[in-house]
Design a protein around this ligand. Structure first.
Ligand SMILES: [Zn+2]
Length: 314
């Protein structure tokens, strides 16, 4: 499987970011996004549309906060994609999830085009051990032994669970993120993406991302050498990140991040949101199911990556 794609407008490569809202605040997001906006980048910002009434393991601002919502609407207006990170920062029942998705529609005028699961939400879809198959699941469970016995696992795709919402996901959401790998060239690491998975039918299309969970791993993936390789390979990069995790300290952007992003923005890249990039790849390459050999290969590479990056996941 090759990933050789002609990018629009004579561009040499494609680059985007999917930013989860974990630890978000208005102050932090304002600093990061005015910087990206000034560079001319248009990426994807995931949100929690509603404030839950429970206690999150990892929380952050939600669209229930007027100043935060105003900022998100401004980003949307400027051409950023607003996406979903479950409907709030803790477990939601089917009813709450349905309400949150409708709230998203009311706020942003469309259902989410793309989404990523938030760790700690038990209604997450094909998450935790359900991310992987067969022998890989055995290894996953060995790596993630839950000693408290309270974790019920991911249930969004399990019909009959009070947390089930797979039918809503299939009807309303096009793309869901699963694996995160170390290569800056996400498309080279997963040339089948966006792909369908016959064993996970409640998700329409899956996409993969490149490691950047916090400022250190983001900067490492975006090194000058890796940027050069991304362009010479004519690849595509979808960075996975939490921009609230170390990118801004005392109101100031991380220097190395600034330098790397300025450099990237001056290259001949196609800088569009995740959904626009995936729609384009899908249109060029057509609708595809991942084969079990491709899937096993992807899962194994992800497990190795996970062992190397045990910290900073969410
Ligand atoms: Zn999260």
């Amino acid at each position: 499987m090759t990933y050789d794609i002609e990018w629009p407008e004579g561009k040499d490569f494609a680059f985007t970011i999917f930013d989860d809202p974990d630890w978000d605040s208005v102050e932090n997001a304002s600093v990061v996004y005015s910087f990206l906006m000034d560079l001319g980048l248009r990426t994807t910002k995931a949100v929690w549309p509603i404030a839950g009434d429970g206690r999150p393991r990892i929380g952050g601002a939600t669209c229930d906060e007027p100043h935060y919502l105003k900022l998100m609407l401004h980003l949307q207006n400027q051409g950023f994609e607003i996406a979903l990170h479950n409907v709030t920062h803790h477990t939601s029942s089917r009813e709450q999830t349905a309400k949150g998705i409708e709230t998203f529609f009311r706020l942003f005028g469309h259902y989410p085009y793309s989404m990523a699961n938030h760790s700690g939400c038990q209604e997450s879809i094909y998450w935790e051990s359900a991310r992987v198959s067969g022998v890989q699941r055995l290894f996953y469970n060995l790596l993630n032994l839950k000693l408290d016995g309270k974790n019920l696992g991911s249930q969004g795709h399990i019909e009959g669970s009070p947390l089930f919402w797979g039918d809503l996901c299939r009807r309303k959401i096009k793309y869901v993120r699963n694996f995160v790998l170390g290569d800056i060239n996400t498309l080279k690491a997963s040339p089948t993406m966006p792909y369908r998975d016959a064993a996970r039918p409640y998700v329409n299309y899956w996409f993969v991302s490149s490691e950047g969970a916090n400022v250190d791993s983001f900067n490492a993936t975006l090194s000058e050498g890796n940027q050069e390789r991304l362009t010479s390979e004519r690849g595509a990069c979808i960075m996975y990140t939490h921009f609230a995790k170390g990118f801004v300290v005392n109101g100031r952007l991380n220097d190395r991040f600034k330098v790397l992003m300025q450099r990237m923005s001056q290259m001949n890249g196609w800088f569009v949101p995740v959904r626009t990039l995936l729609d384009y790849i899908l249109q060029v390459k057509g609708d595809r199911f991942i084969t079990s050999a491709e899937r096993n290969n992807l899962e194994r590479r992800w497990l190795w990556h996970k062992i190397a990056h045990v910290r900073g996941r969410s």
